[in-house]
Each structure stands twice: as C-alpha cells, then as structure tokens.
Design a protein around this ligand. Structure first.
Ligand SMILES: [Zn+2]
Length: 236
C-alpha cells in the first residue's frame, strides 16, 4: 500500500476542482443576474480604485448612471481620494478582497481574512464580496456565510482586459446583455471609459436603465441557471 496516499490526494484534488467549477462557473447559490422581467441592468467595476476612476466617474456622471465598484484593499489604500469620490457620487462600493489572489492560492486562514475584509465593514449590511477571478476554494462558501458576506458574480463580461477597440467590446457586450444583466467591467484598463460611454449609449437605445447592483436586485443563481452558465463558460 505504498501508494495509499494517492486516493485521498485524488479526492482532495477533485474537491478543489469541483468547488472552483461549481462556484465560479456555475455560481450555484451566489448572487447573479436580476429578474429578466425588468428593463434594468447593473454595471459593476472590479479591481479599483485606480488612475482611471476619475474618467469612469465623469462618464457615469454625464449619463447620470449609477454603478457598483468591487474594490480591493491595496487599491483602496493607494487611491483613498478616489474611493471617497465614488461614495460621494452615490455609487455602490463592495469588496473584491484583501489581496487580488485566486481563492485556491490562499491557505484557509488567509482566505478567512480575504472574505472578511470589506471597505464598508462598519456600516449596515448587506455586504457583498466578489472573489478575485470569481475563484472558489472548497471553503469559500462556508467562510462567506460565517463572515455574513454575500457572494456576487455576474452574467455578462465586458472583456475589457482583451486588446480590442472600445467600440467592438461595447458591441459584443451589448449583444450578450439582457434585462437583469450584471455586467463585469474593470476600473483600471485604459479602454474602459470609452467602452463605458459606448455601452451606456447602447443601453439607452435599448431602453435598459443602469441601476445600483443592490437596486437590481441580484438573485441567487439556481440549478437551472447554473447549468446554463456552465455551458456558457465551457461552450466556447
Ligand atoms: Zn479582479
């Protein structure tokens, strides 16, 4: 039985893989899109604040559109005035982690600190947490429940991390957007303010009104919707 350790190791790896696939891709039990019957969408920005925050704020102000920012602790410490500007403008501010690290790379005690950190920790709930990369460890759901954080994912990616012109990214994003969509964008890429402007014009043409994520409101991702997300994630 010299290889007896292979079975528990295999089981552990399977648990890790399942946690990430079911948590990140399917998103079962996390908050996803809102009701499809209302002509509303939520714009969300991860990774900020950044040097792009003032430009994003200017575009949002011009369109009178609210948005929700999932900020990280290092970025909030680096750009405190931008964080204050987001809150002063009435945008939502939620947590994107104490470190911008995939959950599978954090030991449990660091993931606990990761999930607990929140830019509005002392304020009334709800407190949303969007894990970096949407990544999940086998403990992510349990730790979030213990820390009274609600996991918040998305259903449409703006893909502003890819090297494409803003107009193309906006057209692709609009093609995937439906009533109730939660759109993932980033506070950091140079292309995002122009993409956001084109996106807001397109949303208005389609009669879709941007609201705070809390006002959408997002719904828990059920079994059926989760299956659809798996298909979208792995279907090309
Ligand atoms: Zn991120």
């Amino acid at each position: 039985m010299r290889r007896g350790w292979l079975v528990p190791l295999g089981r552990a790896l399977l648990a890790v893989l399942l946690a990430d696939v079911l948590g990140r891709a399917a998103g079962w039990g996390a908050l996803g899109a809102g009701g499809r019957e209302f002509p509303r969408v939520a714009l969300t920005f991860d990774d900020g604040p950044s040097e792009q925050t003032p430009a994003l704020l200017a575009v949002l102000a011009r369109h009178r559109a609210p948005a929700t920012f999932f900020v990280t602790a290092p970025a909030a410490a680096r750009w405190p005035e931008h964080l204050r500007a987001l809150q002063a403008a009435g945008h939502g501010v939620e947590a994107h982690g104490r470190w911008h690290t995939h959950a599978l790379l954090l030991p449990p005690w660091r993931e606990w600190a990761q999930v607990r950190w929140h830019p509005r920790a002392g304020e009334p709930r709800p407190h949303l947490y969007r894990p970096p990369y949407g990544g999940h460890s086998p403990l992510t759901r349990l730790l979030a429940r213990l820390a009274r954080r609600q996991l918040a994912l998305w259903d449409v990616e703006g893909r502003d991390w890819t090297p494409q012109p803003a107009a193309d990214l906006a057209a692709q994003t609009l093609a995937r957007t439906r009533p109730g969509s939660v759109i993932l964008l980033h506070d950091g890429p140079a292309v995002t303010p122009e993409l956001l402007d084109a996106l807001l014009n397109g949303l208005r043409e389609r009669g879709l009104t941007p609201v705070l994520l809390a006002d959408l409101p997002p719904r828990r991702i059920g079994w059926w919707e989760g299956l659809g997300r798996l298909g979208a994630s792995y279907g090309g």
